[in-house]
Structure formats: C-alpha cells, structure tokens
Design a protein around this ligand. Sequence first.
Ligand SMILES: O=C(O)CCC(=O)C(=O)O
Ligand SMILES: [Fe+2]
Length: 366
Amino acid sequence: MATKRYNPFAGFTENEDEAIATGIGARKVVAGEIPPITEIPIIDLADGFSSDLKKRKAVAKEIFTACSQIGFFYVKNHNVAPEVVEQAQQAGLRFFQALTHDQKMEYSMAKNKSEYYGYAPRAVKMPDGAIKRRMYETIHWGYDAQLDPEATGDWDSSYNFWPSDDVLPGFREVIGRYYTSVMALSRKLLKLFALSLELDEDYFDRFARHPGVKLALNYYEAAAPQNPEGSGIFAHSDLEVFTILCQDDVKSLEVLSNTGAWIPANPIPGTFVINVGDTLSMWTNGIFQSTIHRAYNIEGKTRLSIPFFFGADQDAVMETLPSCVSESNPAKFNGIQIGAYQKERLHLQYPEGKQEVAKANGVKAL
Ligand SMILES: O=C(O)CCC(=O)C(=O)O
Ligand SMILES: [Fe+2]
C-alpha cells in the first residue's frame, strides 16, 4: 500500500503524481522539443562580470538554455569568496549543534510579529492536537537593506531575529557577510536573466527595490538509507524568482528531469546551484522551468544547506513578459500578486509563521 505523505502544496495524498504538484502545475514529463535531460549544466559566470556586452550575452544564452530545459544550473566563478562561504557554513552548524532547543526557540518563527522569518523546528502542534512534522530544522532571515549593497532605501527589518554575540560570537557578522555576497550575486543574476530573455539588462531591477528575499540555513539530521523520510525535504518547487543554493559536501539533492527521472545535483566544490522559482517561471509564461526538487539525507552524515531565495518586490503584480506570449501560449499568470502568492505557499509549509494567522488558527510551536 502506498504510504501517506505530506506535501505542503498538495496536502495529504497517496498519489505520487499529486504529491509533486506545484503552484503552477505538476511537471513530471515535459512533452515536446526539449531533449531528455540527464545532467545539470555548469555555467562559468566569469564572462557574466565582463565589461564586454557580447561576453555577457554569451553567458546569458547558456542561462536561457539551462532555464528553459531543466530549470537548474551550477555556477562557478560566481565572485563569492570561498572563505565567506566556509565561515557561513561553520556558523550555521554552530547554530544548530551548539544551541539547545530552548535557545533556538528564542528565535522562533511563531514569535515573529509579521512574517515567515525565524527558527522553525522539526515539529509544531496543530490546533486539533496533531503534530505537523518537517524533516529538517531551519532559520530564515528576510530582506535587510543594510546587507544589500544596492539598497534603494532604509527599510524596516525588525522581523529578523539574530543571536547576539553573547550567544554565538561573530554569528551575525559572518552570516551577514554571506548574505551581502549572495545579494550582490543575485543582482548580477537578475541582469543576466534579463539579457537571456533579450530584455534590457536592468529590466527586472524595477521589481527588486525592496525584494522579498529569504536567506535560510537548513539543517538535516543523518537518516538511515532505509528511512529517507527521516531527514530531508519533500518534492517541491521554489516560490521566488530564483534560488542560490550552497551545499556542503553531502550528496542529497535531486532534481526531477523532463524524462520523469530524478537526477542528482551533487555538491561540486566552489559552485552554487541556481534554480528557477515559480515567479520567474510565471514571468516567462512557463518557458523557464520552476523545477521540482527534493533532498533525502541518507548518506549517514548531518547536512547543512544554505538557500538564498531571491523574491521580487512583494507588492508587484505579475505581468507576463510580452515576448513569452503567443497565440499558442497565451498569458496564464497575469494579475497574481507576487507577495500574496509567496505568503500563501509559505503558510502551508510553516503554519506557525505570520503570528496573527497562526494564532487565529491556534497553532503552537513545540
Ligand atoms: O537542502 C537542499 O539541498 C535543498 C533545499 C531546498 O530545496 C529548499 O529549501 O527549498
Ligand atoms: Fe527548494
């Protein structure tokens, strides 16, 4: 008999196909002209930073192919210093391993006044007494203009909970440095995505004045190979424009190919994994793939991943790029409010977030 599994987007289901449905439709096998994809491309970003537009366009072309075929690619020569990455990974591990449960709960998402930021443990208690379990622990920080080298204003970021130096010396500084580095990379990627779609390089900048970004530390316990659902993250697509994922050296992440097979996105030293999220897929009317992925941590080691979800301005409204609309592919997502879309999805995954909603629903963090 099929096991009952929880998918934040589809609810409880016994059907594998339903379990991987996303906000913008299931993607098991993409029919049509796309060749079968068996691996994730590696794109060298060095020329993306060149002052020569031709070189930037050549990188953008590779990005177009990757985004329209598999929705995932690795980047190397991304300009984030290796020591910034290593220090963030070490600090991340300290948060999960050196603090007690009660100390971590000081930063609980359930205490957050307005947003899905803060610490989320592996289990929360639902109003009917049922325990909602996740296969990982995580802590999230939202947009912080102080950490954005191209900030357009001084926005409130009091929803971000930071352990003080007394609790974890240097933590905020080290994670902040990583945040700033991937924020700068994100702004470069936005320009390359625009170029890849033959738009002005700064086309998407107007949607990134107060972007709905989220830096997360995901911590996965070691689970036995026969117990994949003991640790990991269920099949899902990301909600935002794109994600920059930093992995440690533990193999776990898998990506659903257009053949219907899961292909590994194993760690490659010095790279990040970039994937298209639902928002960019919607902007491109589905031409860019917001691809389903999952991670089962069954290598017998604990694992830390650091996703940076780059979301657009929360008050922006989805308007499909005109070049992605045709008679045979009419605009499908116009009018969706970007922040509302993100929040609706996040609430399914983190029912303890958004305190007033959670309180009204009687959700308690454990
Ligand atoms: O940990 C990973 O490799 C993937 C994490 C992920 O997909 C997510 O947090 O959305
Ligand atoms: Fe993801």
